[in-house]
Design a protein around this ligand. Structure first.
Ligand SMILES: Cc1cc2nc3c(=O)[nH]c(=O)nc-3n(C[C@H](O)[C@H](O)[C@H](O)COP(=O)(O)O)c2cc1C
Ligand code: SF4
Length: 499
């Protein structure tokens, strides 16, 4: 018996030894081959100069992002969203306790930090509540009484996967907010949850285009006839890529997406840099009027501001036509807004950030007597209560967020949205990767995130002594400037008086 056991042990050790030997020999051969390949290739300098060793540089570079995010980055260090911001969303989406202990880790002296200016005697038994709807488009055949101040910003089916769109649609229905289609047209998945829909008309007019890429009134009429579709948003630009149309890489344009958009499958879907019909203020107002006339529903436009001198001419043109001719809303995107794919210089360096452009736009509308006529919808990194409340102080009527809701769906900020390899199934059309995203579960998270974000904005409003978040004004917040002191927003951005 003992002999058999020792014979087996010897065999086992021999097999392991042989395997190890094979591994070492195989490794050596592979190393020699790689060395020769590196030395002879001409595409990579580092690998040519340091054959084999140079490969580690590329490996570490690709792993660096991962290690920084999980092991080295401090809570408030990363971009575009730091861990503290993301964790707040994850907890809100899971509806777990979002209180923190001991004290704030936020550096309150950093320029750009917002403080809210609380009142000494907040109400005792009544909390601030965001329960009031707000009418958009009072003059159109079917105005929209929008129930929620927080809503889902435009992200196309194409940039987003099918389960992501389904989860957002269902989540928006539970939350009672609208979902913007983004520029990729309307899919059955947008409709299936039963939420309110804002249909975005992008520069390629996906979903409402004729064979020449122009607006097809019959298709527009068909979309407008759907009761779920409540408004139309004409996209002039978005913060991440001013001056550039939408870009959907070819490997994300599958048969279904191509059919919804009306384009060939497998080819990159690149929309024009602007609407061919809209090259001036008058043409913009004509287009708004036309879409409103055909659809009977509120119509506005989305843009990121750069130059602002044209805003006076724009408001004057509106007033000349009469306030009925005004767009029903303007969606103002921040220069640091998100995207599925955009060129880096446009993303990094073109357009104004929301904290500058929002007070500017609101002041212009106020000066020209259009403040109550044109609703202002703000977007750009408004994913935590502080930023949402600050945007309300600066004059926003509604808040929309794209990436906030992506985090609620489970986005881990891997930043591969343009590659069809999203590890969380949100921005990929690879069925294997989509498997992990279960719409029924994520819909609940979307609704929780919405409810908890609105609730914590209500807490700020209550601390400031107002009855509802939309009553927050510039005097309720201050912002830290260079030197570490804060300046109230009404001093930094004085409200203009009507002309
Ligand atoms: C994946 C993705 C897709 C987007 N697609 C569109 C789009 O189709 N149309 C559009 O106007 N904006 C699009 N955006 C921009 C967002 O609607 C929003 O304006 C911007 O991300 C700022 O909001 P956020 O900071 O809350 O994400 C997209 C953003 C992301 C992240
Ligand atoms: S996990 Fe990464 S690739 Fe997926 S949506 Fe988030 S940032 Fe984009």
């Amino acid at each position: 018996m003992n002999d058999t056991i020792s014979a087996l042990a010897i065999d086992f050790i021999a097999v392991i030894g042989l395997l190890l030997l094979l591994l070492i020999v195989g490794g050596l051969i592979a190393a020699v081959v790689m060395y020769q390949v590196d030395k002879r290739q001409t595409a990579h300098t580092i690998r040519r100069n340091y054959p084999l060793l140079g490969r580690f540089r590329y490996l570490f570079e690709s792993l660096g992002e991962f290690f920084r995010q999980y092991f080295f980055a401090m809570d408030r260090e990363e971009m575009p969203f730091n861990r503290a911001q993301r964790s707040w969303v994850y907890r809100a989406a899971k509806n777990i306790d979002n209180t923190v202990a001991f004290g704030s880790t936020r550096d309150l002296r950093r320029p750009g930090t917002y403080y809210f200016l609380n009142c000494p005697f907040p109400t005792l038994s009544e909390d601030a509540a965001a329960t009031q709807s707000l009418r958009i488009g009072p003059y159109c055949r079917e105005p929209y009484d929008a129930p929620s101040l927080l809503n889902i910003s435009g992200m196309s089916f194409g940039a987003l996967s099918r389960p992501a769109v389904k989860a957002l649609s269902r989540g928006a229905a539970i939350a009672g907010c609208w979902m913007n289609t983004g520029e990729g047209g309307l899919s059955p998945y947008h409709l299936e949850g039963g939420c309110d829909i804002v249909f975005q008309i992008g520069t390629a007019k996906y979903g409402v285009r004729d064979e020449n890429g122009r607006l097809d009134d019959q298709k527009l009429t068909r979309i407008a006839a759907l009761p779920q579709v409540r408004m139309f948003e004409i996209k002039l630009s978005q913060g991440a890529k001013p001056g550039k149309g939408g870009i959907l890489p070819g490997d994300k344009v599958n048969e279904e997406i191509a059919a919804i958009r009306g384009i060939p499958a497998g080819q990159a879907s690149v929309s024009p840099n602007r609407h061919p019909e809209i090259g001036s203020i008058d043409e913009l107002l004509d287009f708004v009027a036309h879409v409103r006339d055909v659809s009977g529903k509120p119509v506005g436009f989305k843009l990121v501001l750069g130059t602002t001198d044209w805003l006076d001419r724009f408001c004057e043109a509106v007033n000349q036509r009469g306030s009925e001719a005004a767009p029903d809303f303007i969606t103002l995107d921040s220069a640091d807004g998100g995207t599925g794919a955009a060129p880096m210089p446009l993303m990094d360096s073109v357009g104004l950030p929301l904290r500058e452009s929002l007070p500017l736009l609101v002041n212009k509308l106020h000066q020209h007597g259009l403040r109550n006529r044109i609703r202002v919808i703000a977007s750009g990194k408004l994913i935590n209560p502080t930023d949402v409340a600050a945007a309300l102080c600066l004059g926003a009527d509604f808040i929309v967020t794209a990436r906030g809701f992506m985090f609620a769906l489970g986005c881990i900020q891997a930043m591969q949205c343009n590659k069809n390899t999203c590890p969380t199934g949100i921005t990929t059309h690879d069925p294997k990767l989509q498997k992990g995203l279960v719409p029924e579960v994520k819909a609940e998270r979307v609704a929780h995130f919405h409810r908890n974000l609105v609730h914590e904005v209500e807490l700020i409003a209550h601390a400031c002594g107002v009855a509802e978040p939309r009553q927050l004004k510039r005097e309720h917040a201050a912002i830290v400037v260079d030197g570490g002191n804060s300046v109230p927003l009404n001093i930094l951005y004085p409200e203009s008086s009507p002309r």
